[in-house]
Each structure stands twice: as C-alpha cells, then as structure tokens.
Design a protein around this ligand. Structure first.
Ligand code: FAD
Length: 463
C-alpha cells in the first residue's frame, strides 16, 4: 500500500495498492488484466492537479501516465500534433521550441497558472485557457485513441466512434485511458499585450467588443476584502494579434511570482499595487503565442510559505464558476458578500470567457459563459475545509440559479439538487458508464462519492 496526493494543494491523501508507471499500451493492458483477475479498481493520473481525488481510487491501482509522453509527429502543413496521452504541456513546449522558425504552429489554448499538466488530464476535464471567443480544449482535439475498460484500443473522433469521443472529452477518466491524441495547433502569431487597471463594470460593458478586438484576455481582480475596490477592479490583460516585431527577449518582463503570491497571503493591498506596477511595465510589449501561454507556479511554494510565514499546513484551493455574462455583475456582488460572510481567504480571483461546448457529453460549458476562477487559501483542518466547501456550494447554487454552473475537477462540494440542475444529464452519464464498464473497473474516489451521492438522493424527476 502507498499514499498518493494531489500535486498542487496536497489535500487529497489517498491510500492505494500500488502506482504503475506506464511506458506503453501493454503496461495499461497488463494493469487491466491484473485488476480483472484480482477484482481491484483502476484509476489513472497525469499531472495530479485535480483536487477532488479524480485520479485516485482507494485500495486500487493507479496508472502513472507520465512515462507515456512522447510527441510522435507534427504535420507541418496542417498543424496536427500527434502525441501520447501522458505528455504534459512542458513536453509540448519543449518540442515546439525545438522546431525551426519555418514551422509556424503553436498551441491554441492550455490551462493557465500551471504547465505540468498532462494532455490526457486536460481532455478528461475538457480544460480551457484564456482565449476569447473559443470553446474548451475539446474544440482543438481532432481524434483520440482510447484504451477502454475491456482492454480494447479504439480510435474516436467526431466521425468515428463519436459517442465515445464525446464521453471521453470531459468524462473524468471513466470511459478509458487516452493513449494518443491528435491536437490541432494554430498558426503562430505575434500579440501586443494591453494591461491596465480597470473596473469590472467596464469589462462587462465592453464584453462583446473585447471578443471582436482581442484574441486572448482575462482580468485579475483586487482580492483585498478590506478594500472598497474589492472585486470591483482588477488588472485587465488583453492580447491582440499584430504585425509589430516582438519585444527583445531581454526586455520581456516576467512577474515576480514568488513576491506576488507571498503578498497575496500577507498584504493583499501591496500585492495589487505590485501587480499594477508590473501591468504598467508590460503594457504594449509584443510576444509570440509560443511565449505567452507558459505560466507556472513553483512546486512546493505553499510549504515554503508555511515555513517562512509560520502558517499551519494548508494550500490554495482552486475552484471555478460560470454564469452568462448578463449575470456576472450579480455573481461578483454575491461572491463579495459571501467571501466576507464565510471569512474565506481569496488569494486569486480572475475572470475569463468561454464559448459553449457542443462535443462533450458531460458538458460544463453548456452556454457561452463568463468564468470566475478562484484560489482560496485554507488550512488543512476539517473546520476550514468544511467552511470552504460550504462557501463553494453557496456560490455554485447562485450560479445554477442564473443558468450557470461550476467546474468538476476540483473539490466535491455541490448539493444534490444543484448538481442535477447544473449537470442535468449526470444520471445518463452514469448509466452510460455502467453500460460500457459493468464491473466498474475504471474508477476514482471522485466517482465513488458521486455514485453514493446520487444513490442517496431523490430520483431524477421527483423534484
Ligand atoms: C494551479 C492549477 C491551475 C489550473 N488551471 C486551470 C485552467 O486554467 N483551466 C482549466 O480548465 N483547468 C485548470 N486547472 C484544472 C486542471 O485542468 C485539471 O485538474 C486537469 O485535469 C489537470 O490535469 P492533470 O494531468 O494534472 O490530471 P490529473 O489530476 O492527474 O487527472 C485528472 C483527471 O484526468 C484523468 N486522466 C488523467 N490522465 C488521463 C488519460 N491519459 N486518459 C484519460 N483520463 C486521464 C484522471 O482520471 C482524472 O479524472 C488547474 C489546476 C491547478 C491545480
């Protein structure tokens, strides 16, 4: 037996039978056979950045997909990148960085704030980045090879095994192991960055126009609950394609991430001032898309902060909520009050946009949404975690009432009625899972709790 944990917060300790390092499809097939023989369950992990035990199953085997990480080919004409399911964004970056200038392709989107995330993990949650006017990553996936619970490797796409394709994209690793991926890249462009302090009402007022004029964007809000500007202003970052030459690398500034994250914990007012100073310095700089997607945190930073600041053990827990743009202002008002009422500690709150997803079966992007991403500091103690979950459940319920939703790869906090409102086909999703994997071989603690949750709750249609 061994204990595994998530990489970012270390708040998902789980006892598993063993971790299997995967280097080939045969390794996965052997693990499936072993689980079938022994009656064990099997889960799979990539970068272990989901925060609700999605990659682990108690007393089961865990596939560590990190060794199945080769970039297999790039079609220089179409921009199709063929890679293995355990490859991380860092592998993609390294590969693209090694390509000659004449190969004009780059990634369309990836998750922000972390690079050591696998493509298989991104597909399992249907991840999204900060493009304006684009759906989640499923829109960039052309085809997948998936090893099912029955041990069969199937190709799927919009045309071939389309049902499986939709189930795997956003399917939380329950419908098979993604072994190979066809990821569509986009032509390399240069972007000029506009960064300035702005009011949230200005963002909301100009929302549609920003989607026409800019290709990427987000707003990092002032997260100081003591300030009159709390979640009413932020740094608006926008990237617009341009023909201007790139700013020389020596002049391309990087935010002092360690300083900003420390200030977010101990002096949020100063943190905002520092970030505003950084925004002013980078405003007008020109970079290629190859440069600006990459954005990671220092592994183990929270343990270091705990040592330096004398904090108890804990983490900065991520969570994401979505509402139609018409409801964003109300969501911000509601969240502002609830943060103060619950006394939770926001370290980061950013706003983004995502377009409706048509492909994934278990869709979180059911409409065009404004997105609110939050990182909330929490001590590793039951009372604080319960308070955090209650806060998230309240925000999720509010979003549901506005026709919005919340994101599944983080902690499980939603109340039953809210889950059904926001994921109305979740029963059908589970039925499909039982049909395709009757023995429940591929599983996770996240899925186990979902099943108990659905079993305990009133049947669909009785509400
Ligand atoms: C700091 C941070 C920043 C983040 N930023 C964003 C963001 O900007 N946008 C966003 O959308 N999300 C974001 N996330 C969430 C992140 O996208 C998901 O948690 C994602 O699943 C992480 O990928 P991973 O490789 O770490 O997957 P893991 O956590 O290892 O696994 C997550 C899920 O993927 C499944 N899985 C893993 N590998 C495979 C495979 N090969 N085949 C099939 N299923 C597989 C697992 O079973 C599990 O259900 C962020 C998370 C953190 C901690």
């Amino acid at each position: 037996m061994e204990i595994v944990n998530d990489a970012h917060c270390q708040l998902s300790r789980t006892r598993v039978r063993a971790v299997i390092d995967v280097h080939s499809v045969d390794d996965i097939q052997s693990a499936i056979t072993r689980c079938q023989r022994e009656g064990w369950q099997l889960s799979m992990s990539g970068g272990r950045h989901s925060l609700g035990r999605q990659p682990f199953v108690t007393d089961g085997l865990v596939l560590n997909m990190s060794g199945l990480n080769r970039i297999l080919s790039l079609d220089e004409t179409s921009g199709m990148l063929h890679l293995q399911g355990g490859a991380r964004w860092t592998d993609v970056r390294k590969f693209l960085g090694s390509q000659p200038e004449r190969v004009p392709w780059e990634v369309h989107q990836k998750q922000t704030g972390a690079d050591e995330l696998s493509l298989g993990g991104a597909i399992a949650v249907n991840a999204h980045g900060n493009p304006l006017g684009a759906g989640p990553i499923s829109t960039d996936i052309e085809w997948l090879k998936v090893l099912t619970a029955g041990g069969e490797e199937l190709l799927c796409s919009r045309d071939v095994n389309a049902d499986l394709f939709g189930l795997v994209l956003g399917g939380m690793g329950l419908f098979g192991v993604v072994t190979e991926i066809g990821l569509r890249l986009v032509p390399t462009q240069r972007f000029v960055r506009r960064s300035e302090v702005a009011r949230t009402e200005t963002l909301i007022e100009h929302w549609d126009a920003l989607h026409v004029d800019y290709q990427y964007g987000d707003m990092q809000l002032d997260v100081n609950p003591a300030s009159d500007h709390f979640m009413k202003r932020g740094i608006l970052n926008l990237w617009q394609s341009c023909d201007a030459p790139a700013t020389p690398a020596s002049k391309q500034l990087q935010a002092d991430w360690a300083q900003l994250i420390t200030l977010a914990h101990v002096d949020k007012a100063q943190g905002f001032r520092e970030y505003a100073r950084f925004a002013e310095a980078v405003n007008g700089s020109v970079s290629t898309g190859r440069d600006f997607h990459w954005d990671t945190y220092a592994p183990g930073y929270h343990a270091q902060l705990e040592r330096h600041l004398g904090l108890p053990q804990g983490g900065d827990v991520l969570t994401e909520f979505f509402v139609p743009i018409e409801a964003l202002e109300d969501l911000l008002d509601y969240a502002r009050n609830e943060i103060r009422r619950f006394g939770v500690d926001p370290i980061l709150t950013s706003l983004r946009s995502v377009r409706q997803c048509q492909i994934s079966y278990l869709r979180w992007a059911r409409c065009d949404y404004a997105c609110m991403v939050m990182a909330l500091h929490v001590d590793d103690c039951p009372q604080q975690l319960a308070r955090l979950d209650a806060f998230c459940a309240a925000i999720a319920r509010f979003c549901g009432q506005q026709g919005g939703t919340f994101y599944l790869p983080y902690r499980q906090f939603a109340q039953h009625a809210d889950l059904l409102d926001m994921y109305p086909n979740i029963h059908e999703f589970v039925e499909e899972k039982h049909r395709r994997d009757p023995s429940g071989l591929l599983s996770s603690d996240w899925f186990g709790s979902l099943l108990s949750f659905l079993r305990e709750a009133p049947a669909l249609g009785t509400r």
